[in-house]
Write a protein that binds this ligand. Sequence first.
Ligand SMILES: Nc1ncnc2c1ncn2[C@@H]1O[C@H](COP(=O)(O)OP(=O)(O)OP(=O)(O)O)[C@@H](O)[C@H]1O
Ligand SMILES: [Mg+2]
Length: 334
Amino acid sequence: MAAFSRELGIDLGTFNTQIAEGNQILIQEPTIVAIVKDEMKLVEYGTTALGMLGRVPDSIEVVRPLRNSVIAEYELTEKLLGILIRRVTGPTIFFRPRIIISVPYGITSVERRAVQEAGLGAGSRDVNWIPQPLAAAIGVDLPINTPTGNMIISAGGGTSQAAVISMSGIVSAETTHTAGLKLDDAICAYVRRKYGLIIAQPTAEALKIRIGAALPSDEEKTMEIQGQDQVSGLPKPASLTTNEIVEALQDPLSDIANTTKRVLEKTPPELISDIIDRGVALCGGTALLKGLDKYLTLTLGIPVYVVDNPVTCTVEGTAKAFDLLDVILRGQQG
Ligand SMILES: Nc1ncnc2c1ncn2[C@@H]1O[C@H](COP(=O)(O)OP(=O)(O)OP(=O)(O)O)[C@@H](O)[C@H]1O
Ligand SMILES: [Mg+2]
């Protein structure tokens, strides 16, 4: 029977959930559901639910079931995972898949157990977990099984994690809740302070993605937005520039840099010299922020580069991790 069991790698993220098998990515959906409030009945999920955000009547709620990369709404997470897994396997209950799922570095055992139970409740046969930076490093083919220092920064939507890996294990690492969503919050706060305008997270995110950057730039872009005047409550437009977004993002960006610095401080010098030679791999959706690699290179004094597959490396690593299961499980004892 076991021979027919499929092996799925899952990256359950605050913003996006992906499922891969072997070298193929089978599912990519936003981690979001729409529910009928009173019944907790799930009516839509993924891209369709995301499109409903801020556009639904009182009876319906659009919910992100993860917060800061951990499960905040257990039942909704389990339901969403169940739907996504069945999209891969079909409705059969005979050949339940085995899964490896990535979890943030430093998560509590209670939070981790919730992920494992959600995986089982969603219909899988067994659930193993892997720290997210390790999965990402496998997904970008860093030589992590050698006695050399490999550093990766995974900057997602809910958390940023910096880790040094050697001999397939984490040597030093840290997780901060400063990631994409905190960047959006910082833009909201800036627009409110400077223009007296209230804007919602999707508008802030659009500013970040379309004209935002980590460092000041000569080629300034502008973007028109509609906000709500915080005094009159009426709609009011404003025009924002790249360098304003750069200014808005400085606090959360320095938090990501400081997290990385603390990890470097905890890393043995032999491994540091490897990291200086090879550079630091940067991945996750927030790695796409213009100039973030350059900003971190300047702030840390160590070369930082964006990997070729920043958004998919974690899920690719979880699928590849089936070949390394013994090694990964060895790192989970105690
Ligand atoms: N071009 C871009 N510039 C800046 N940020 C971006 C860009 N594209 C996506 N992002 C941000 O990336 C984040 C999502 O990244 P990702 O999919 O890696 O997160 P996640 O895996 O769901 O979250 P986490 O792993 O933190 O729980 C969002 O905050 C989004 O705004
Ligand atoms: Mg992620």
